[in-house]
Design a protein around this ligand. Structure first.
Ligand SMILES: NC(=O)c1ccc[n+]([C@@H]2O[C@H](COP(=O)([O-])OP(=O)(O)OC[C@H]3O[C@@H](n4cnc5c(N)ncnc54)[C@H](O)[C@@H]3O)[C@@H](O)[C@H]2O)c1
Length: 310
């Protein structure tokens, strides 16, 4: 199915993952509109496509702005959010009003304008502490952070509207995504610390936390594929790399990527409120729809290293 010439909205499109989706959509010939308040995203993330897209500097909290941005769009991808989990612990209002109420504004406008499909960037944080791993989409939804709760609000509304109004909607529960333009989180932070001091590395936590990293172009590609897949309507999917590693293993891979052999690594042992020990996805459901991660962790870390230290 072609999207050539179609108007498509990406909220949060100046952010890390959203900007990679914008790149894919522009490559596919879509007329892309980005709505972003630049609270975390950067125009720099869009510099290669700036002349090809329409950019609206505005907030999804503002229903009127959202209504204008959604008008005329075939597809809507809602990536706009406070995506900083530790910050959500300090400012739960930010998450509620942006991630839940803002998402409501996007859904309401999409319904009003008869958008063909709305996709919500959701998160593994909607599951909370794992009852079992790997977690499939049927795992209990018991978020333990304000961030997870606010994102569950957004995807629950969309899925409920699918049943109530035959509203076309897909939720994509992103596990940890990494890659160029990432502004925060473990892989980014470890590279930055090593840039400052290649001889010593202090790592937050015990090193035993397990994560399931997905390279950003694979995550963005999955959103586009699901948007065009009729079977994905009314569904929630996990998206992850399918190659879980402990932070200790990740640290070793990063040191290997950089060719550092004499770095002294220490672990603080302490973590932060809302952190989850083992975050591993069952990706059978999305794989059955044709998803296969193309960039494995070793290759992705090489690409990330090229970006962060050109
Ligand atoms: N990065 C990950 O590993 C990950 C994991 C799970 C879920 N997600 C979800 O994916 C989406 C994108 O995350 P990201 O990592 O690219 O984060 P990001 O912070 O880079 O992107 C979020 C974007 O939304 C924008 N934004 C924030 N509030 C806004 C508002 N009120 N109105 C308009 N724009 C607003 C920011 O300026 C930013 O450009 C988020 O919805 C996040 O919850 C990301």
């Amino acid at each position: 199915m072609s999207i050539h010439g179609d108007r498509i909205l990406v909220t949060g499109g100046a952010g890390f993952i959203g900007s990679h989706l914008v790149d894919l959509l522009v490559d596919a010939g879509a007329r892309v509109r980005v709505l972003d308040d630049l609270s975390a995203g950067k125009l720099d993330n869009l510099k290669e496509v700036r002349g090809d897209i329409e950019f609206i500097n505005g907030s999804i909290r503002d229903a009127g702005t959202v209504n204008n941005a959604v008008a005329g769009c075939r597809l809507v991808f809602n990536f706009a959010a406070n995506a900083d989990v530790p910050r959500s612990v300090e400012h739960p209002d930010l998450d509620f009003f942006t991630n839940s109420v803002g998402a409501y504004n996007v859904l309401a406008a999409a319904r009003k304008h008869g958008v063909e499909r709305t996709l919500q960037a959701s998160t593994a944080a909607v599951y909370g502490e794992p009852v079992y791993t790997p977690m499939d989409e049927g795992h209990p939804l018991r978020p333990i952070s304000p961030y997870g709760a606010s994102k569950l609000g957004a995807e629950s509304l969309g899925l409920a509207w699918h049943h109530t109004y035959e509203f076309s909607f897909t939720a994509v529960r992103i596990f940890n995504t990494y890659g160029p333009r990432q502004p925060r989180y473990v892989i980014h932070d470890l590279f930055r610390k090593l840039q400052r001091n290649p001889r010593q590395l202090e790592v937050l936590g015990t090193g035993e936390q397990v994560r399931d990293y997905c390279y950003v172009s694979d995550t963005a590609g999955a959103f586009l594929a699901l948007a065009l897949n009729p079977k994905a309507d009314g569904q929630a999917y996990n998206i992850a790399g399918g190659q879980p590693v402990s932070i200790r293993e990740l640290v070793a891979m990063i040191l290997d990527t950089l060719g550092y052999t004499n770095t002294e690594v220490t672990y603080t042992g302490k973590s932060w409120p809302g952190d989850i020990t083992r975050l591993v996805a069952d990706i059978t459901k999305i794989t059955a729809q044709g998803f296969a991660p193309r960039i494995n962790l070793s290759e992705g870390l090489l690409r990330f290293a090229d970006w962060i230290q050109p």
